[in-house]
Design a binder for this molecule. Sequence first.
Ligand SMILES: [Zn+2]
Length: 175
Amino acid sequence: MELQSAYRQASPPCAISHSPAQAAQILLTRHWDKRFPVNVAAIIAAEGLNLVCRGILNDEGYGFSGYYNRAARTVEYNGNEAHVRQRFTMAHELGHYALGHSDAPRDTASSFVSDSTKPQERAANQFAAALLMPAAAVKVVIQAGTVKTSDELARIFGVSKVAMAYRVQNLGIAV
Ligand SMILES: [Zn+2]
């Protein structure tokens, strides 16, 4: 296990040759237990990264949604934000790691909007969507026919209604 763990630490799915969706798929294949919602915290831990909750207790001044610290191999997320937002932040910061980005700037709300003009932020958002709402899984759930609204779909995947709506739209499918 130690050897395997060392190997993982040396190799983010990376970097140059993979699209955000491909990088997300690699991590899902490595670590996802196929349950919904995707346990992003468990994937971060399995990848050998540290996960730190900020903004609570004596840390109320933390003014960011999240931060990826490459040198410390740490993903931070703001524990004061909505649960679905925390999950998206974790996935977004994991995306900076998976895509080989250098120390990410501390992410504020503007990093998470779908039309962010910064390429690395857009890529991290695309990664997060692909990780939390795997394309094949979204299609299977919709085609099963038991989900009647996009709100139900958002609950299943543990994401915001807005994030779910974008994902469904981008995948070209309808609920
Ligand atoms: Zn970011």
